[in-house]
Design a protein around this ligand. Structure first.
Ligand code: SME
Length: 175
């Protein structure tokens, strides 16, 4: 099994715009678009729905983008874009449950090699799961699937972590 776990680290100093890769530039523009979508609205469901639609429509080669929120010992499906998905995932199960249990971002280049992967869409071949934190407390995960093997890399992990940090800070009224 080849997976890549990335423990949440303090934000790195960003590269100057001129030195950013096209992918980093895309994520920088998504931060601006997300902040504009969230402005003046604090309803969690509405904002998570718009956030998932922004990701689904802006990121290439993505066939599912959405949230699972922590309720007790399991993750429960939240707003998403893509095919209908399984509703409840116990902690430690599937890519989402493992990321939630380990409190870290997980990149899975090939989901067919991940023991216990939960297949919601037969088209999915790779996946990234990013935990959402309120301080140290886990709120849930953001999950993205792609039909392309090896679709997600460190720049996706960094960009998506920045986006969820903005999202949670906004929901908490911090920005
Ligand atoms: N593949 C995930 C389940 C959720 S769907 O991809 C939307 C997992 O293994 O946890």
């Amino acid at each position: 099994m080849k997976t890549k776990a990335i423990r949440k680290k303090p934000a790195k100093k960003k590269a100057p715009a001129a030195l950013q890769s096209p992918k980093q530039k895309l994520y920088a523009s998504l931060v601006v678009q997300l902040m504009s979508l969230l402005k003046g609205e604090h309803d969690l469901v509405a904002n998570a729905a718009n956030f998932s639609a922004l990701l689904f429509n802006s990121l290439p080669n993505v066939n599912w983008a959405g949230f699972y929120f922590l309720q007790g010992e399991e993750l429960v499906l939240g707003p998403f874009q893509g095919n209908p998905a399984c509703v409840r995932i116990p902690l430690g199960k599937g890519v989402c449950g493992v990321a939630a249990q380990q409190l870290e971002t997980i990149i899975v280049p090939n989901v067919h090699e991940f023991p216990g992967h939960i297949a919601c869409d037969v088209a999915s071949n790779s996946e990234i799961v990013v935990p959402l934190f309120d301080g140290e407390r886990l709120l849930g995960v953001l999950d993205l699937d792609s039909p392309t093997i090896g679709r997600f890399d460190d720049q996706d992990a960094e960009g998506l972590n920045e986006l969820v940090t903005v999202f949670v800070a906004h929901e908490e009224g911090l920005i």
